[in-house]
Design a protein around this ligand. Structure first.
Ligand code: SF4
Ligand code: SF4
Length: 282
């Protein structure tokens, strides 16, 4: 359906007040990132993960799920059915299960490739999460290690079971410099029992994160070590190791990568084979 037609349909369903609020919301103007249009269901989080740069209290967005989709449609750069959408930055979307469920239900009608990243487990959402590219995030898959860094979230064991249930991938992030390579290798072996795909994420050091983790910089061999882990996961364990989140979304939805990673040196040569897909698929 044409974008204008969709906008008119939403305007017929929403109240004038909701329409005005949605027009003012920044999703109607925000520029997409390489992974697609980032959707912030909330801002802030009370999770208290030690490596996290999000430090404001959680606050749910003040428009309804339907108005949020309308707001996205108002964005001149957003293309229904095509633009990649990424949910889960700067908050934990499953802290708001009803909102997230309604939003995904509404957005799925537009048929855009949707990705969501979560550390939570909620079997009530299993069906809808299996329809999108669900990334189950954790800094380490071993319960005792993870608990030190992510004290308020479900154990990785629970998350991995949930990941298997919904056919998700694992976002192993951030790779922490204080955990040795041997432990991480064992970690990806464990992850390989639950999924066929993984993304390894970097640690982002802000002043506050440095203080919380008690480090001043990343070790010299941080990226080298991460590359070794990536090679191990791919070559020894046969996992698909995406180098960027957009590739995971592209693979899940069988469409060409939004960021055209295969032209930029970020391609993991995954079975999606973007370079073989015709322009008509995107
Ligand atoms: S759950 Fe996510 S957003 Fe919340 S503190 Fe942990 S890493 Fe940060
Ligand atoms: S083929 Fe390459 S660019 Fe395309 S989704 Fe896979 S890893 Fe990404």
């Amino acid at each position: 359906m044409l974008k204008e037609k969709l906008i008119r349909r939403y305007e017929a369903e929403l109240s004038d007040k909701e329409i005005e609020k949605a027009k003012r919301n920044d999703h109607a103007r925000r520029k997409p990132r390489p992974c697609g249009f980032t959707v912030h269901i909330a801002k802030g989080c009370g999770g208290g993960c030690l490596y996290c740069y999000v430090d404001s209290p959680p606050r749910l967005i003040d428009i309804s799920p339907k108005a949020l989709v309308y707001s996205l449609l108002l964005n001149p750069l957003f293309e229904p059915g095509k633009s990649f959408v990424a949910v889960g930055a700067i908050c934990e979307p499953l802290d708001y299960p009803e909102y997230t469920k309604e939003f995904l239900k509404e957005l799925l009608k537009l048929r855009n490739p949707i990705q969501i990243s979560t550390k939570e487990v909620n079997y009530d959402l299993a069906k809808i999460l299996s329809d999108v590219d669900a990334l189950i995030s954790m800094c380490n898959p071993f319960d005792e290690i993870c608990k030190k860094f992510e004290p308020k979230r479900p154990s990785p064991s629970e998350r991995l079971e949930f990941c298997r249930e919904i056919g998700g991938g694992v976002f192993l992030r951030p790779i922490l410099p204080m955990i040795d390579l041997k432990t991480y290798k064992k970690g990806v072996e464990r992850i390989a029992e639950f999924t066929d795909r993984i993304i390894l994420g970097n640690l982002r050091l802000t002043k506050e994160v440095k203080r919380k983790l008690g480090i001043s910089s990343l070790p010299k061999k941080y990226y080298e070590r991460k590359k070794m882990l990536e090679d191990y996961a791919k070559n020894e364990l046969g996992l698909i190791v995406f180098r960027s989140a957009c590739c995971s979304n592209a693979y899940k939805h069988n469409v060409v990568c939004w960021n055209r990673c295969w032209e930029k040196g970020f391609c993991a040569r995954c079975p999606n084979k973007c370079w073989l897909k015709t322009s008509s698929s995107f």
